[in-house]
Design a binder for this molecule. Structure first.
Ligand SMILES: CC(C)(COP(=O)(O)OP(=O)(O)OC[C@H]1O[C@@H](n2cnc3c(N)ncnc32)[C@H](O)[C@@H]1OP(=O)(O)O)[C@@H](O)C(=O)NCCC(=O)NCCS
Length: 159
């Protein structure tokens, strides 16, 4: 059965937390709380790809107003697909859902990825994100000496 993308509820958030641990630091409870906040707080959204109750991917969308150099705006702040479910279009479906949501409230959607993350680079390029800067992108929470690419998908220009 193909996983379907939906706006997450609190149960989905809890079920998505183990996926976060496959790519990020932290403990399970911390991630459960973080993902549940995406569901319950304003200016945040969590989308999941799921087969029934089994969550195989998620994408976090959040307004980021920072005191750092990265521009204020709506950002994809987390995107993960379970290893066994990759290359089936799930990330594309998740980012498309987040993009539709961002379109309602902004004229652009921002994202970033590690310079060595070729799958993510290919995905963002395919979905119309254009590079804005690379190296130290000044995003809150990232190390100062990071090696990231900051990208932006505009909703005002041609598709
Ligand atoms: C990056 C990631 C989310 C992609 O998820 P996915 O569901 O496999 O991606 P999709 O199947 O939707 O891919 C859509 C397109 O993105 C590109 N792409 C995705 N994975 C790719 C890969 N491994 N190599 C090259 N291109 C890739 C392709 O253009 C692909 O289309 P195609 O399969 O028709 O060629 C997944 O690899 C992942 O979870 N990685 C670990 C966490 C991570 O790096 N997250 C991104 C942080 S910014």
């Amino acid at each position: 059965m193909r996983a379907r993308v939906r706006l997450a509820d609190q149960d989905d958030a809890a079920r998505a937390a183990p996926l976060a641990l496959t790519v990020a630091h932290g403990d399970l409870d911390e991630w459960r709380q973080r993902l549940k906040r995406d569901v319950s707080e304003p200016d945040r959204w969590l989308f999941v790809a799921a087969n029934g109750r089994c969550v195989v991917g998620y994408c976090r969308l959040s307004m980021v107003r920072s005191a750092c150099q990265a521009p204020d705006g709506y950002y994809l702040v987390g995107l993960v697909v379970a290893e066994g479910s990759r290359r089936t279009g799930i990330a594309e479906g998740l980012v498309s859902a987040a993009t539709q949501q961002a379109r309602q409230v902004a004229d652009a959607l921002w994202s970033f990825y590690d310079v060595d993350n070729r799958p993510s680079a290919a995905l963002h390029t395919r979905l119309g994100f254009l590079e804005q800067s690379r190296g130290r992108i000044g995003f809150p929470g990232l190390p100062e000496d990071d090696r990231h690419v900051l990208v932006r998908r505009s909703f005002t220009g041609p598709e």
